[in-house]
Design a protein around this ligand. Structure first.
Ligand code: PEP
Ligand code: MG
Length: 325
């Protein structure tokens, strides 16, 4: 199975039954964008911008960010780049922010909450992203959204950032889609409501698992309990995918689950057609998708949704899919 995987990078990602699946890359450092294309990525589904704020004494300037985003957007064009606004706090530390000590940082001032509490820093990032939109297909994604007010506030700030860039005589795309991560259970449950606020969804299973199962994602001793195959996680994903299809909101999935060769066919069966993962995993996932039929993925997903435990789902996918990969 592993042989010839890289040579598959120019093959289309279609299931054996013909359905196309977009495979995109999660990247952090700008150099990874080229690696992503080498592995056959059809764009950047998640550009994590936290690295800009980590291990340094001053905040990144607008120009510095713009140059970095622009380099990635130009390298990947005409494919899309989804720039995620900074997801600082929780397990992602940043010395440049004087974050308060909290008992539960994963439940504290992080990501969009931190951004909205520091509009000066957030606006600098939004303006840099807006300017980068002049160079390709840029989308902006908000992490850790838990309530509609957050999306409304971010949209207002994005409109202001676009107006500011324009008033300086600088170019930007006429439309910049604003979407959100679905990684907090409240957002998954309220996906129908969020469909009116967000132009796209991306399901972040790393945090969704952490918050749905109440298992710290950094805990080694509990890692075996935090299974992406837990039926509660599959039900949340299925419900978001269904709502997104009904409301015609594009939906992708960008957690580590997307790069699990036994999970990917299940995700297809749950309705997903757009997955984003670390670049190195793309050839293997593509090959796996090329070997499955949608009907068997749907059957497996239906059976998995009715399972009572992660173990039951794990043995189901091992029985149905593992022999082929
Ligand atoms: C996630 O939570 O699944 C995700 C993709 O974001 P991160 O891992 O950066 O929190
Ligand atoms: Mg996350």
């Amino acid at each position: 199975f592993a042989r010839g995987l890289l040579s598959a990078r120019n093959q289309p990602c279609v299931a054996a039954s013909g359905e196309a699946v977009a495979l995109k890359a999660n990247v952090e450092l700008p150099a990874e964008a080229i690696l992503a294309l080498d592995h056959g990525a059809q764009g950047i589904g998640l550009y994590r911008t936290e690295f800009l704020y980590i291990d340094r004494s001053s905040l990144p300037t607008e120009d510095e960010q713009y140059e970095l985003y622009r380099a990635v957007v130009e390298a990947v064009s005409p494919h899309p780049v989804t720039l995620r606004t900074f997801d600082i706090g929780g397990d992602k530390f940043a010395s440049t922010f004087a974050l308060p000590a909290e008992m539960n940082p994963a439940l504290g001032l992080r990501a969009v909450r931190l951004a909205l509490s520091r509009p000066d820093v957030f606006m600098t990032q939004l303006r840099a992203m807006v300017r980068a939109s002049a160079h390709g297909d840029v989308r902006i994604m908000v992490p850790m959204v838990a309530s509609v007010h957050e999306m409304r506030d971010v949209r207002k700030l994005l409109m202001r950032a676009m107006a500011e860039v324009k008033s300086r005589g600088l170019p930007h795309a006429a439309r910049i889609p604003l979407g959100m991560m679905i990684e907090v259970p409240s957002a998954a449950v309220m996906a129908d409501v969020f469909a009116r606020e967000a132009e796209f969804f991306s399901i972040g299973t790393n945090d969704l698992i952490q918050y749905a199962l109440a298992i710290d994602r950094t805990s080694r001793s509990l890692a075996s309990l935090a299974s992406p195959f837990d039926p509660s996680i599959l039900r949340l994903i299925y419900s978001v995918a269904r709502v997104a299809a009904e409301r015609r909101v594009p939906v992708s999935l960008c957690g580590a689950m997307a790069s699990d060769v036994l999970a990917a066919p299940l995700l297809l069966g749950l309705g997903l057609r757009d997955l984003s993962m670390e670049a190195a995993a793309i050839p293997e996932i593509k090959e796996a998708i090329r070997r499955v039929e949608l009907a068997e993925c749907k059957n497996a997903a239906e059976e998995a949704l009715a399972c009572d435990s992660a173990e039951a789902v794990e043995s189901l996918v091992a029985r149905v899919f593992a022999p082929r990969f």
